[in-house]
Design a protein around this ligand. Structure first.
Ligand SMILES: O=C(O)[C@H](O)COP(=O)(O)O
Length: 307
């Protein structure tokens, strides 16, 4: 039996159902408390980023062999507890690289251009030409904090637009071909050089609030920040202060310290110009949903067939 607790491409669900009994409840992550009670007989659990795969859930999952993750971030899964129970965790590595890379490039263009938030003023009869005359990305520097596969895809797109790239990542070896045409530096080097900074690190202890008052102060005046990684990597209060004080020129946030973003948690962003908020969709397009879902369906079935 397979239990799917969040949305998945319907064709991929159908292919699972044709092979093994599968229960598809795309809203089950909203009722997290019900999941442990449904785990008896479940050999594979398929989740996105909202289902919390905790030690408690695993304790109720005597038959579980594999967790398929319809995405790449694993901070909602207790990896140590999975390992201890011999439960394999399979992420959809690579399947949403392009959608995140396109998201970052779109936001770099929109944030530097500064032209797309004029509707209210124009509908009120204004003609704010000079306020909407922004900057080009060509010739600007994109700084990537974390230089894994998604960041590398983003770098390629940015280079095709004439951007320079600098990046930091202690896990990509100095002699990796990935660095060709990219300035390899450290965090402070990225903060100093970049006009656009994009985050590509997982949320772990070492990256929590990695972007804080100090790092924001070290960014170039006029620089912008894009976070499509994980909410906890950015200290939201420090970011709001930096935006209010004009220390940086804009930000795009796809991920938040609290998700879903409640009206209460969103209130601090009220009234900020050049701020783009999206609901954790950087990695989710129609196409990536098909790629991610197909990959996980195939890999989960392969894993179940082995046992
Ligand atoms: O980790 C990821 O790949 C992204 O956060 C997308 O994951 P999601 O599809 O669960 O939103």
């Amino acid at each position: 039996m397979i239990l799917i607790t969040e949305f998945m491409d319907e064709d991929a669900v159908a292919s699972l159902k044709s092979a093994v009994p599968a229960e598809y409840q795309p809203d089950l992550a909203d009722r997290q408390g019900e999941i442990p009670g449904m785990m008896a007989g479940v050999q594979a659990l398929i989740v996105r980023n909202r289902t919390q795969v905790t030690e408690d859930l695993l304790a109720a999952a005597a038959d579980l062999k594999v967790v398929g993750r319809l995405g790449v971030g694993l901070d909602n899964i207790d990896l140590a507890a999975c390992k201890a129970k011999g439960v394999e965790v399979i992420p959809a590595t690579g399947a949403n690289n392009l959608s995140v890379a396109e998201y970052v490039i779109t936001n770099a263009l929109v944030l530097l251009r500064g032209a797309y938030q004029a509707n209210a003023r124009m509908l009120a009869g204004e003609w704010p030409r000079m306020d909407c005359a922004g900057r080009e990305v060509h010739g600007k520097t994109l700084g990537l904090i974390g230089f894994g596969a998604i960041a590398q895809e983003t770098a390629k797109l940015a280079q095709s637009l004439g951007m320079q790239i600098c990046a930091t990542d202690p896990y990509v070896l100095a002699d990796s071909p990935a660095w060709t045409g990219v300035m390899r530096t450290d965090l402070s080097g990225v903060l100093r050089a970049a006009d656009v900074i994009s985050l590509h690190v997982p949320l772990v202890d070492a990256t929590r609030h990695m972007v804080n008052a100090q790092t924001l102060a070290a960014m170039k005046p006029g620089a912008v920040l894009i976070n499509a990684a994980r909410g906890g990597v950015v200290d939201e209060d420090a970011l709001v202060a930096a935006l209010r004080e004009g220390k940086i020129a804009g930000a795009a946030l796809d991920v938040f310290e609290t998700e879903p973003l409640t009206a209460e948690a969103a209130a601090k962003f009220e009234g900020l110009g050049n701020l783009i908020l999206t609901p954790h969709i950087a990695g989710v397009t129609e196409e990536s949903n098909v790629r991610v879902s197909t990959m996980i369906a195939e890999m989960v079935l392969e894993r179940l067939n082995k046992s």
